[in-house]
Each structure stands twice: as structure tokens, then as C-alpha cells.
Design a protein around this ligand. Structure first.
Ligand code: HAM
Length: 498
């Protein structure tokens, strides 16, 4: 917690100081900023402006504290969907900014596709018997009677966009990345929402184990750079023929153990037996342990492809764990499939929620009417990353770089307010982030706000400073103030902040 700071130690020279200075409110949320030294006595220099009023600051409600009773008439967010609020900003921006940084550093280019697509796009590719299509997709008819779906994922959309935008004519492979909302009518719980964000990368137009390895290491580095240790779980599900032969074998085995299976898995036996492999039901787990493994049913080509991917991962020193039951819940995959699981969860013995997953999909573009085009990619759940970042911040007081403003701008009087607006614009153009509240006039209230924002310095301008062409820069820890020429504020702030 940052130390409490006091607001304006002294008032403008011409006016009398109030008897007591109110202590700044503690911020409601844990701030990830360095502790500050206790406030020292303020020096002599004051802005020449009106006296700060003694009355309580109007904006004293701490962030996150709901004082107003929410009326029953106020609509709630849709179940399983949530707002991302300012106090979570640093986690979301860390996750999104890192996505962009990683993607661009590996030569991926940004793309966006519509949130709505023809429902058939997902039904055909993700697969009719899958949970996503069967139970979770938001499907509706629009006013023209078209059957549309809110996208449950973006790989099918990316493959569609690859064809419809003629990307097959570009130099191959085409490497794209995206961040966006997906929608699944899943059972809401921690880390499982009905609207969630994914950071995804797709490499289309190349079949080579180095492509798979590059994607796997990218995802791994994404988490590592954010301070999250992950375990890569990896498997190969072979080509379409391998899988068909394996499904026949697996179904035969599971039928022989039918009476031991959970009700859900019994139902899946005909529709999607592969999914029984990653059932979390204890009844199923013991049956699955003895089940034939897909790796033994791979063709020579798929087997040697998989071995190469693993060799590259060894070379790149990416730790991975072979997971023979990992099949993933989407039908379009061929050969390599992988997931990222938080290491802490694995070490605690749980399987946990996957932070991300991906794999190769060499038939997807063809399935959508395009030419033979191999592909591979991943989708990483940003909401889950944010959950882990928050958990870590609470546990270790981990300091994520807070890219918040470091300067507050306070003004006293109408003339000063106008001048302040122009000066703030100038500072923004110089790349200096400034907080302010131009609606407030009392210096005391503004300095209290500055303390809440935890800024290190406040620029103060009053009537006298407007006339002199100066401002006062106040060090919020020591209370020291210095007079600076208005034309030199940006340079002075940069010098101070260094
Ligand atoms: P997926 O495994 O269905 O793969 O989703 C990827 C990640 O999205 C999951 O590992 C998880 O972190 C996150 N996620 C999924 N469902 C939810 C949910 N209900 N709430 C919060 N987070 C969730 C795909 O979507 C593939 N398109 C990935 C891919 C890209 N494969 C190849 N390219």
C-alpha cells in the first residue's frame, strides 16, 4: 500500500491556510506502485490563487465502493458476460499489449473478422457433434431469415477470410494475429464466461514442423513474458484417416467398458467418442487410462512429423509434456495439438483450465471450398491470463509496470483553467500523460485527487502564474515546489521524472 499522503501543505501566499489538512483517502484497490516516503513539510512557494475551501471533497467515494443502491430496474449484464472496469486496466492492457508485441515480433499481421458469421461456417468446421456447436453456440435468425452465429472461435473465420480476401494469392505462408471476443453458452464459472477474449495467431499456407514449433514457442513466450509459467501439453491426432481408424478402435474399447462410463460419456459414445478421452469425470478417467492411444495409430508421415515438432521444441528448450489423451474439442484439427496449462495447477495435481490451445488444421481451408491449404495456429484465453495476473499480483505483490500518468495538472481560477487546457494539450503532444479535473476549482480538492492517482508531481497554475508565464511544479512526496517557465514545462517534467 502506498503511504498516505497529505494534500497541499500550504495555501497560496496571499491567503490564510486552513486549520487542518485532511488526509488523503486511501485508494480502495491495491496499487502497484512503489511505496513513497512520508510527506515532508511544504516549502514557501505557493501559487497565487484563491483559498481552498474547508468543505469535504465531493469526489471522496473510493474506487470500487458502491454507495448507491442499485435499483432493481437497472438491467444487469447478461449472465456469463462481464464488464472490464478501469481498475483492471493494467492487467488487460498488459495481456493485450504483450499479444501485439509477440505477434509482431514473429512477423504476424493484424486481422479482424466480424463477430457474426453464417452459422454454417462453424457447424461445418468445428463439427456437428462437438460441445461448441451442439450446446454452446449462439445461433439466431436475423431479420432477413439468415441463420447467423456469434463466433465461438476465430480459426474458422480466419480460414474463411483467407479465401474470401484472396490471401491465397499472397506470398505464403500468411501469418495473421487477432484479439477479440468469442461467445459460447458455456456454464459460467471462474475462468469460463459466455463472452471471452482470445489472442490468436494463424499461419496459413505452409505445412512444416517448424511452423508448429514456432507457434508453440510464441505462446509459451507470451505467458513467460507476462510472468506466467506454463506447461505445454502436446499430442498428435494424425491425419483424417489415422483418426478414423483410431476412432473405430477406441469406440470398440469404450463399448466394452460402457457400464463403467459416466452418463455423459455414454451419450458421447456414438456422437463424439474422442471427447471421452478428456473427460474430467473420475468414473471415466480410470476407463480412459487403459484405452488404446492415438499415437499408436498414426501413419508413418504423421509420426515422423510429430517427432520433428518435438525435436524443434527440444532445440528451442520449450518444456513440454506428452499428453496421449489430448484431442481438443474442435473437429478441424489434424496432426499436432497442444494446450498451455498453468504450471502451478499441474504441480498441485489438478488439470485446471487451459490457458490456451491450438493445433494444425490442414483440411480446414479445403473444407470451406478453398484450395488445399495447410494451417496451424493457437488461441489463448485472455480472461484466464488476467485471472492469473491478478492472482499473482495479490500473492506476490508482483509489480506490473503501471503505465499511468505521472503528472496531475491543477488550476485555480477561470483564466488559469483556460491556460491549463492549452498547456495540457501541449504536454500530451509531447507524450506526457496528464491527469486533471478541470471542473474542480479548489486546490485542496485537486491535490487530494492527485494523491489518489498516486502521481509523483503536480503542476499548479493560478492567476499569478498566468500573468508571469510560469507554473509551479510540486513534488508530491516532499512538498517541494519550483517555479518553471510555461514554455519549458515538458522539458522540466522529463528532467524531474528521470
Ligand atoms: P479453444 O481451446 O476452444 O481453441 O479455446 C482457446 C482458449 O480460449 C482456451 O484455452 C481458453 O483459454 C479460452 N476459452 C475457451 N472457452 C472459454 C470460456 N468459455 N471462457 C473463457 N475463456 C475461454 C480455439 O478456440 C481455437 N480456435 C484455437 C486455435 C487457433 N486453434 C488453432 N488456431
Amino acid at each position: 500500500m502506498p503511504a498516505k499522503k497529505k494534500p497541499a501543505a500550504k495555501k497560496p501566499a496571499a491567503k490564510k491556510a486552513p486549520a487542518k489538512k485532511p488526509a488523503a483517502k486511501k485508494p480502495a484497490t491495491k496499487k502497484v506502485v512503489a511505496k513513497k516516503a512520508p510527506a515532508k513539510k511544504a516549502p514557501a512557494k505557493k501559487p497565487v490563487a484563491k483559498k481552498a475551501p474547508a468543505k469535504k471533497p465531493a469526489d471522496k467515494q473510493p474506487e470500487g465502493e458502491i454507495k448507491i443502491k442499485i435499483s432493481k430496474k437497472t438491467p444487469q449484464p447478461v449472465r456469463g458476460m462481464k464488464d472490464i472496469v478501469p481498475k483492471e486496466e493494467r492487467y488487460w492492457l498488459a495481456a493485450r499489449n504483450k499479444a501485439q508485441e509477440i505477434a509482431q515480433s514473429y512477423g504476424f499481421q493484424y486481422m479482424e473478422t466480424p463477430v457474426l458469421e453464417d452459422a454454417a461456417l462453424f457447424q461445418r468446421t468445428i463439427g456437428k457433434g462437438t460441445d461448441i456447436v451442439e450446446k454452446e453456440m449462439y445461433v439466431f435468425e436475423d431479420r432477413d431469415g439468415r441463420k447467423l452465429a456469434l463466433r465461438p472461435e476465430l480459426t474458422a473465420s480466419a480460414a474463411r477470410a483467407y479465401i474470401t480476401n484472396g490471401m491465397l494469392n499472397l506470398p505464403q505462408p500468411v501469418k495473421t494475429w487477432y484479439v477479440g471476443q468469442m461467445f459460447r453458452h458455456d456454464r459460467p464459472q471462474a475462468g469460463r464466461y459466455r463472452q471471452f477474449f482470445q489472442f490468436g495467431c494463424e499461419t496459413l499456407g505452409e505445412r512444416h514442423p517448424a511452423v508448429d514449433a514456432e507457434l508453440i514457442v510464441m505462446g509459451y513466450n507470451y505467458y513467460r513474458d507476462l510472468g506466467i509459467d506454463t506447461q505445454v501439453m502436446i499430442n498428435s491426432i494424425g491425419n483424417v484417416d489415422d483418426r478414423q481408424r483410431y476412432i473405430v478402435e477406441l469406440t470398440g474399447y469404450l463399448r466394452s467398458k460402457r457400464s463403467y462410463l459416466s452418463e455423459e460419456s455414454k451419450a458421447r459414445l456414438t456422437k463424439n467418442p474422442l471427447r471421452i478421452l478428456d473427460s474430467k469425470d473420475p468414473q471415466d478417467i480410470s476407463v480412459v487410462e487403459e484405452a488404446p492411444q492415438i499415437i499408436d495409430w498414426l501413419s508413418e508421415d504423421s509420426k515422423s512429423y510429430f517427432m520433428k515438432v518435438l525435436e524443434y521444441l527440444d532445440e528451442l528448450e520449450v518444456p513440454y509434456m506428452l499428453s496421449p489423451t489430448l484431442v481438443r474439442g474442435l473437429d478441424y484439427y489434424t496432426d499436432t495439438v497442444f494446450e498451455y496449462v498453468e504450471t502451478a495447477t499441474v504441480e498441485e495435481g489438478g488439470t485446471g483450465l487451459a490457458l490456451g490451445g491450438g493445433g494444425r488444421y490442414d483440411k480446414l481451408v479445403e473444407q470451406l471450398g478453398g484450395p488445399e491449404t495447410p494451417g496451424c495456429g493457437f488461441g489463448l484465453g485472455i480472461d484466464r491470463v488476467v485471472l492469473v495476473l491478478k492472482k499473482q499480483a495479490e500473492r506476490d505483490e508482483l509489480k506490473l509496470e503501471e503505465k499511468g500518468p505521472t503528472i496531475f495538472f491543477a488550476q485555480l481560477g477561470e483564466q488559469a483553467r483556460r491556460r491549463a487546457m492549452a498547456l495540457i494539450e501541449g504536454l500530451r503532444r509531447e507524450g506526457i500523460m496528464v491527469r486533471h479535473n478541470l471542473a474542480k476549482s479548489a486546490l485542496k480538492v485537486q491535490l487530494e485527487m492527485a494523491n489518489k492517482y498516486n502521481v509523483t508531481h503536480t503542476v499548479i497554475i493560478g492567476q499569478k502564474e498566468v500573468q508571469d508565464g510560469t507554473v509551479i511544479i510540486r513534488d508530491m512526496d516532499s512538498g517541494n515546489q519550483e517555479i518553471v517557465d510555461q514554455r519549458k514545462i515538458a522539458n522540466e517534467i522529463r528532467r524531474i521524472l528521470k
